[in-house]
Design a protein around this ligand. Structure first.
Ligand SMILES: C[S@@+](CC[C@H](N)C(=O)[O-])C[C@H]1O[C@@H](n2cnc3c(N)ncnc32)[C@H](O)[C@@H]1O
Length: 258
């Protein structure tokens, strides 16, 4: 099985339990996300492509903000759940199965390309970002939200270890009864050497890739409102072991009109 097929299989399986806010965002959190995204977007409606949409986290928010959203994912199962959510909320989003590295869209089809928590699991981020630039119009915007989930520094590793123990005590997968990290490790322990950003998703490592792909005017945003909210909601037992360092990075396509 290829790396991509394994990734697809894992996320198909994971779709039964993955929420990550997409389907369970309360109204306060939804508003905070919208407020955090707003300064990065021009007045709409914009043609937006959400890549690796999962259950539609960004697609649902952006459609709700009045944009014209298309969303793709490698996992059909994720897309079906995202579609169900869009119908429930009466939002018109075009969902399509597809690979982030090879997009089935014409050049310059979108004003904005967004992705959330996808860069870390791409086998070829450098060429993938070039492909995203291809479908953006000249002057279009890329917005990626990600975090250094598997930061190998000793402090982060130690904190994750403690958190895993706490999770093992408190948290099992409701559908399978298995501990979720078990299945994750089963797939990603052999996959991660093929994923250049797996343990290195930091603005400093992403910026050169953005530049190589043709993006300029790069900006990062540490999303302070979301971090503050997440900490507030986190069980006090988990707070000292929180290692979340997700951030938003954006850039403008420097390609010229032909
Ligand atoms: C961690 S989830 C994030 C989902 C969503 N963006 C969110 O924030 O809730 C990663 C998603 O990326 C998708 N994915 C992984 N590799 C992909 C690829 N090459 N092309 C498209 N989607 C991909 C997975 O199927 C999964 O739904």
């Amino acid at each position: 099985m290829t790396v991509k097929q394994q990734i697809e299989e894992y996320w198909d399986w994971r779709s039964t339990s993955y929420t990550n806010g997409a389907t369970s965002l309360g109204s306060e959190e939804r508003e905070l996300w919208k407020q955090s995204l707003l300064p990065h977007l021009e007045r709409g409606p914009l043609r937006v492509l959400d890549i690796g949409t999962g259950k539609g986290f960004l697609a649902l928010l952006l459609a709700d903000m009045g944009h014209e959203v298309t969303a793709i994912d490698i996992s059909q199962s994720m897309l079906e759940k995202a579609q169900g959510e869009a119908i429930k909320r009466n939002l018109d989003i075009k969902f399509k199965k597809g690979d982030a590295e090879n997009l089935a869209f014409d050049n310059s089809s979108f004003d904005v390309v967004v992705s959330k928590y996808l860069l870390w699991t791409l086998p070829d981020p450098e060429n993938t970002l070039k492909e995203w630039d291809r479908v953006l119009r000249p002057g279009g915007k890329i917005i990626a939200i990600d975090g250094n989930w598997f930061d190998p520094s000793p402090v982060k590793k130690f904190k994750r270890g403690i958190r895993k123990i706490l999770q093992a005590i408190t948290y099992r997968d409701s559908t399978t009864g298995l501990l979720r990290p078990g299945k994750f490790n089963q797939y990603y322990s052999s996959l991660h050497p093929s994923l250049p950003l797996y343990s290195n998703v930091k603005p400093e490592s992403i910026k050169p890739l953005f530049e190589k792909a043709g993006f300029e005017d790069l900006r990062t945003d540490s999303l302070p409102m979301i971090h503050k909210y997440n900490l507030k909601c986190m069980h006090p037992l988990f707070r000292p072991w929180n290692t979340d360092t997700f951030f938003l990075i954006s850039g403008i396509s420097s390609k010229q009109d032909k």
